[in-house]
Write a new protein. Structure first.
Length: 391
């Protein structure tokens, strides 16, 4: 696997002052070419509000990852006009998100690091001290992950994702016994800083599944993680099927890249029948069934055409039963879908299978077309400057 960050001398510049020592938590928000986002100034105002409201508890740091548009200039202008409590750092050349986060994590002195995205709201920060108490008292924990919820959207594609996220959150209950999870979302999670540094030193630097790979490295090191549902990560998902497909191809490619890199760990967990192993084996079976489904339909339509309707009904019914089973497993996560959105649940299996087939075939195509070499540990040359040296 080719390490994107190999042979790159990444540099970090503080736009203005950098956080002082004293606070325990930093909220890191990387951004790349968000200047064309119509809500760009609104997002800056949101981070300003968060930084002002919780200025005694945490530092908010916006990270420009070598944007090629005018987003960094817009951030500078915003900071000049507004008296902001958040900090701004610029990384160059582009660190593919992982490199930018790594440099910031090395540079700051906070004990805990919250990771989020530019288009994600973090709600429930007033409850965050509870999670810190848990993390401090258990050395085996690397961090916690928040309740991911699609936010500010309408339409069938949005409703589909609201249900899909809820069903995926239902599986958190399956992992609770071992305090494990397949992926701590990069848009809403918290790590102990020292653990995160050790994880990034062993990270490939690949962007597609950066949060999944980080989670697997932490688990491989023997750490655990817990679900802190009092913190909400309100993410803004794709609102068209075309954009959703592109997102899922990238996500699935990240899964394949992570599985390839950490395959020994995955296979050990499968052999041990751990929660991660059982979940990974289930993923393998579901992906295989999804990718081979058209071949099965074609074969049955040719050999036993009269059985094709029965086969399709069986597939649909199995998917629907699985969906209803997850709803029953964790009713709190799916309470919004009882009654008023039954239509979304009935259509969900068809959309899910169609989306997964397109996304997984696209991901496999991209994965197989690349040459993979064993990644080396990441090494960075860190340079810092103040506003006077950067502007």
């Amino acid at each position: 696997m080719v390490n994107y960050l190999d042979n790159k001398s990444l540099k970090l510049n503080w736009v203005g002052s950098m956080p002082e020592k004293g606070k325990k938590t930093a909220l890191l928000v990387p951004q790349y070419n968000e200047g064309r986002n119509g809500n760009f100034l609104t997002r800056l105002e949101y981070f300003k509000r968060i930084a002002d409201e919780f200025k005694e508890e945490l530092d908010v740091v916006l990270i420009d990852d070598a944007s090629s548009d005018d987003s960094l200039d817009k951030i500078k202008d915003f900071v000049k006009v507004n008296e902001c409590c958040f900090f701004v750092a610029a990384v160059y050349p582009n660190g593919n998100k992982v490199g930018a986060l790594f440099l910031l994590t090395l540079e700051i002195s906070h004990e805990f690091v919250i990771l989020s995205d530019f288009d994600t709201d973090i709600a429930g920060l007033g409850h965050f001290s509870k999670s810190l108490d848990i993390l401090k008292n258990d050395r085996a924990l690397m961090g916690c992950y928040f309740r991911m919820i699609p936010y500010e959207g309408t339409g069938s594609v949005f409703d589909f994702q609201v249900l899909e996220y809820a069903l995926l959150r239902s599986l958190y209950k399956f992992h609770k016994k071992e305090d494990s999870i397949t992926v701590m979302p990069g848009a809403g999670s918290c790590y102990k800083r020292e653990v995160l540094i050790s994880i990034y030193y062993n990270h490939s630097g690949l962007r597609n599944g950066e949060d999944r790979e980080a989670t697997m490295i932490g688990l491989k090191f023997g750490y655990k993680a817990f679900y802190f549902d009092e913190m909400l990560a309100l993410t803004r998902p794709p609102l068209s099927f075309k954009k959703l497909i592109a997102q899922r191809i990238r996500w699935n490619l990240g899964y394949l890249e992570t599985f390839h890199k950490e395959r020994k760990y995955y296979w050990r967990q499968i052999a041990k029948c751990s929660r991660i192993g059982m979940r990974s084996l289930l993923d393998i079976i579901l992906v295989a069934c999804t990718v081979l489904l058209p071949l099965g339909i074609l074969t049955i339509s040719i050999v036993w055409p009269y059985l094709l309707p029965v086969f399709l009904v069986i597939v649909y019914t199995a998917c629907l039963i699985w969906c209803l089973n997850l709803i029953a497993l964790a009713p709190r996560e799916t309470e919004d879908f009882k009654g008023q959105k039954i239509g979304t649940i009935l259509v969900y299996p068809i959309l899910k299978v169609s989306l997964d087939y397109i996304a997984w075939t696209g991901a496999f195509s991209s994965f197989l077309s690349r040459n993979f070499k064993k990644p080396r540990n990441l090494k960075y040359e860190v340079h810092t400057q103040t506003r006077s040296g950067y502007l």
